[in-house]
Design a protein around this ligand. Structure first.
Ligand code: F6P
Length: 320
């Protein structure tokens, strides 16, 4: 393969830049031409495509966000937009495309692959919700950002003897809540994968208060059926605790990627180039344990995700 492209799509995640850098420099090292597509599939439709050089990706490994920018493209889902996107790949003679994004973005890549262009999917999302990989690019940074926030909130909650419900992102996946809750010593973690037991939560908070706890932190994933304000109101009504709500929202998606995310992005980005160089077909790149792995793109996207009940149990045990 002589000419490849790279795009980022969907919600951005810290480490996308490190992945772009690895793809660009890896391609040039392997004597391929590399084109950057701006604003994901939206830019592909519009032809916002330019050749990238070694220096195009200088000074980005440490930056959050994505230098190529990103979008959620409704136009690409329509036949006319999709056709135009394929036409652009043809115009620019791009034979292989690296798509960095979450589930929806990789599904878009699968559609492109079915039309005859080789697509390599890289899991770029803070949500950690892709079944075929243990971790996604951006998840670790996001968890660390939430941990920083928990620390700050804990200080003021403690001074004021308050409870705080902190809402974190993740769509229907509870991993950000689970990892941040366990590592941040939260009293309670609510995730979409497990039906919340409000009685047990209130009981635990009251028992904590009776033991002399000055504050409590409740981490709630955004995908949990009850709203965060409703939960805070119930806790207040049933326990009498002064209960605040903090929605961390987009704070979790920004910031300089952790070393772990930069490593993941660099390894996956370079693997994408190797697969394209070797004409290995359309693949999704992930990590299992410490090993970079890859699967047929369609197979990867059909896998069913199982949440980590061990971590949930541990968070519960250690927060008694
Ligand atoms: O998928 C990443 C994510 O940040 C989710 O955690 C969140 O639900 C969603 O994107 C928010 O999307 P948007 O940027 O479109 O508001």
């Amino acid at each position: 393969m002589k000419r490849i492209g790279v795009l980022t799509s969907g919600g951005d995640s810290p480490g996308m830049n490190a992945a772009i850098r690895a793809v660009v420099r890896g391609a040039i090292y392997n004597n391929m031409e590399i084109y950057g597509v701006e604003r994901g599939y939206e830019g592909l439709i519009a032809g916002d495509i330019r050749e990238l050089s070694v220096s195009s990706v200088s000074d980005i490994i440490q930056r959050g966000g994505t230098m190529l920018r990103t979008a959620r493209s409704a136009h690409f889902m329509e036949p006319e937009g999709f056709k135009r996107a394929l036409g652009m790949l043809e115009n620019f003679e791009i034979e292989g495309l690296v798509v960095i994004g979450g589930d929806g973005s990789l599904k878009g890549g699968l559609d492109v692959s079915k039309a005859g262009v080789t697509v390599i999917g890289l899991p770029g999302t803070i949500d950690n919700d892709l079944a075929y990989t243990d971790f996604t690019i951006g998840f670790d940074t996001s968890v660390n950002t939430v941990l920083q926030a928990i620390g700050n909130i804990r200080d003021t909650s403690s001074s004021h003897e308050r409870s705080t419900v902190i809402e974190v992102m993740g769509r229907s996946c509870g991993d950000i809540a689970l990892y941040a809750g366990l590592c941040g010593g939260a009293e309670t973690v609510l995730i979409p994968e497990v039906e919340p037991n409000i009685n047990a939560i209130c009981r635990k908070l009251i028992q904590g208060k009776n033991r002399g706890k000055l504050h409590s932190i409740i981490i709630k994933a955004e995908g949990v059926s009850i709203t965060t304000q409703e939960l805070a109101d119930i806790i207040h009504d049933r326990t009498g605790l002064d209960t605040k709500v903090v929605v961390l929202a987009y704070i979790q998606r920004g910031g300089s990627p952790t070393g772990r995310d930069r490593m993941l992005a660099s390894r996956m980005g370079y693997k994408a180039v190797e697969l394209l160089r070797d004409d290995s077909g359309s693949r999704a790149i992930g990590i299992r344990g410490t090993e970079i792995v890859h699967y047929d793109l369609a197979d990867a996207l059909h896998m069913t995700r199982e949440y980590n009940s061990d971590i949930n149990d541990l968070a519960e045990i250690l927060s008694i």
